[in-house]
Write a protein that binds this ligand. Structure first.
Ligand code: CA
Length: 223
């Protein structure tokens, strides 16, 4: 899952970024409205966290522009005050939910999860492919009932492969959904991580789940 945070308060932005990264999300931060709007239009985000008061274009304008351009990623708006007018304007502009600053990370995360789930059109939080199971809330992964320990990047990669089960996933798709902008697309880091995940998921099992598609990418296949 890749998230864009448009927020000019450095403290809030880095608090959100750090917390989401720990949970396995790829996070890009933009500190002003013009740049944020551009990024939101350029990259395929699974969620956008949008502050209302920003240098450049404000959050309400950005949200309207996104919806006008058929960018339908869920938007979680941040408001500085408990101001009813801000909330109404935010929701009217096409935002899906709002949160008043300051907030607890746990509440923020619960709203993020709910929005991403709603956007998926399903409430299922446990992904299953053959005997592999991944719990999107606790981040527990098991194969044939045996726990698999993953780092946050490995988890994000496996989750992405499982969400696209039986479909070929290209390196570009992985780089866009699992990594953030700091990612160097010419490096072989994706291959390295896929190999880590493959070892943890498939080693010791006769039936393999993760396969390479030569020159294209990878596929996680049911058997
Ligand atoms: Ca602000």
């Amino acid at each position: 899952m890749r998230v864009l945070v448009i927020e000019d308060e450095k403290k809030v932005a880095s608090f959100i970024k750090r917390g989401l990264k720990e949970k396995g999300y790829a996070v890009d931060v933009s500190e002003d409205g013009d740049d944020g709007l551009l990024q939101a239009k350029t990259n395929p985000y699974d969620l956008i966290v949008l502050d209302i008061m920003l240098p450049g274009k404000d959050g309400i304008y950005i949200c309207r522009q996104l919806r006008k351009n058929n960018i339908n990623a869920p938007v979680l708006m941040l408001t500085a005050r408990d101001d009813v007018e801000d909330k109404v304007n935010g929701l009217d502009s096409g935002a899906d939910d709002y949160l008043t600053k300051p907030f607890q990370f746990a509440e923020f995360l619960a709203r993020v999860r709910a929005l991403v789930r709603r956007n998926d059109g399903k409430k299922i939080t446990i992904l299953k492919v053959s005997d592999l199971e991944l719990d999107q809330i606790t981040h527990k992964v098991t194969r044939a009932g045996k726990a698999i320990e993953l780092t946050s990047t490995e988890y994000a990669l496996l989750e992405y492969l499982m969400l696209n089960v039986n479909q070929v996933v290209t390196r570009t798709m992985i780089s866009e959904h699992v990594w953030n902008d700091d990612f160097d697309s010419f490096s072989n880091i994706i291959n390295v991580y896929v190999n880590y995940v493959r070892r943890k998921v498939d080693d010791g099992f006769a039936k393999k789940l993760i396969h390479s598609i030569r020159g294209t990418g990878y596929i996680l296949k049911e058997y």
